[in-house]
Write a protein of this length. Structure first.
Length: 407
């Protein structure tokens, strides 16, 4: 019952058109009927309705919209399996796990880059990971830990339900649709066996120097003391992933010099500033502290993410142009507040202020477009911005301070 109320009431319906509100009108009866079908083996998973959302780079990201009953069962299954797999998953895995968030992964990466001997960073990108998961290997991985045949049958039904796109049903031989409640956990299980256990042994037995590992779902960053370690792991990891029908993206996977000596080493070779890398929405940059000139890691909002969010705000303001100003203000307050709560990390104040300024500018344009005079006086606009748009502020402590409290 609690799982039902935890679902979003306004979420899009799946292929059967069933909504939360309609299902909730006879909730207990519907839940009893669903439980009975599962017990009798009469439950049938329905195809996933595929939709596409734009990515910051202009491409389309496929998402799967599951039916309400499939969501309920998947959510219940995830609750049970999480209790089992949380004892197995390794410490450097942060994605979609209870009590862990993107900022825990960001803190761990920051702390590793500052406190360990890291001179090289390997930024990994697995090509089309969620669409490339092999069902055969996934079932083997789960069977290694789960002996209940009913659980395995349910998971296999979801994997083989297929995808409905443009009215045509396509059988799925591989992949888990992004958007389903079970997909993040199944992806974590797959990478736990295909990558995590292997790389932990590699660090213990193969690495000659320091090595750090941070993984959030399929976003992976590795840090190395020696370049030879990074190049050797890169080569061996390609072979390892190929065994499980995965591959590293040849253009997006890259090795870069990063750390306290990167700037001096590259300047001596005439190569310019150290390269940067992106992780969980932040661009990581080699920098120096103003107080003592020591090495630090600057984390700034990714330019693509910032521009993409501003484009969304612009389009939505055009749609809401004739709404009352208080309604617009409340919505923009939520947008700016949410952006600040995520990106409000130390040394990112400039990007936060820029986002707030640009949102205010877009709001000014929208209000001027609907004004009879063709413009809004800036005195009034400043009052609206000060009233409705939360100030740019740092919401997160320095990672070393937060990790010190946690550990």
């Amino acid at each position: 019952m609690l799982l039902t109320f935890s679902l979003k009431k306004e979420a899009a319906a799946g292929v059967d058109g069933e909504t939360w509100r309609h299902y909730g009108e006879r909730l207990e009866e519907n839940l009893h009927h669903l439980a009975d079908r599962v017990k009798r083996g009469a439950y049938r998973a329905k195809p996933v309705r595929r939709v596409y959302i734009p990515k910051p780079d202009g491409r389309q990201r496929p998402l799967g919209v599951t039916t309400l009953e499939d969501k309920l069962l998947q959510r219940a299954m995830v609750e049970v399996l999480n209790a089992i797999y949380e004892t197995d998953f390794l410490g450097f895995s942060y994605g979609f796990r209870p009590g862990r968030s993107p900022h825990h992964a960001l803190d761990a990466l920051y702390a590793g880059l500052l406190t360990r001997k890291v001179n090289w960073v390997l930024d990994l990108d697995i090509r089309g990971f969620f669409d490339a998961i092999d069902h055969g290997w996934l079932v083997k991985f789960i069977e290694h830990r789960i002996a209940d045949r009913r659980v395995m049958r349910l998971i296999q039904k979801w994997l083989h339900a297929g995808v409905l796109e443009d009215g045509k049903r396509m059988e799925a031989e591989e992949g888990t649709p992004q958007g389903g409640s079970a997909s993040p956990l199944l992806a974590n299980i797959y990478l736990h066996y295909a990558f995590d256990l292997w790389v932990r042994v590699w660090r213990q037995k193969q690495a000659r120097g320091d090595m750090i590992i941070v993984r959030f779902a399929d976003d992976i960053v590795l840090g190395f003391q020696h370049r030879s370690d990074a190049e050797r792991l890169w080569k061996e990891l390609n072979e390892r992933l190929r065994k499980f029908r995965l591959e590293l993206h040849p253009e997006k996977t890259r090795l870069l010099e990063f750390g306290p000596f990167a700037a001096d080493n590259r300047a001596r070779r005439g190569q310019g500033k150290p390269e940067t890398f992106d992780f969980l929405g932040f661009t990581h940059i080699c920098g120096k502290k103003r107080s003592n000139g020591r090495f630090t890691v600057l984390r700034q909002t990714m330019r693509k993410r910032l521009q993409a969010k501003l484009s969304e705000v612009k389009a939505e303001l055009r749609r809401r142009m004739h709404n009352p100003i208080p309604e617009q203000g409340k919505w923009l307050s939520a947008v700016v507040g949410g952006h600040t709560r995520y990106y409000g990390v130390p040394m990112n104040s400039h990007a936060l202020s820029l986002f707030r300024f640009q949102v205010g500018r877009l709001w000014y344009r929208a209000l001027s477009r609907r004004s009879q005079n063709g413009r809004v006086l800036w005195d009034r606009m400043y009052r609206l911005i000060d009233r409705w748009l939360p100030p740019a502020r740092i919401c997160h402590p320095y990672p070393l301070r937060r990790l010190g409290v946690i550990t």
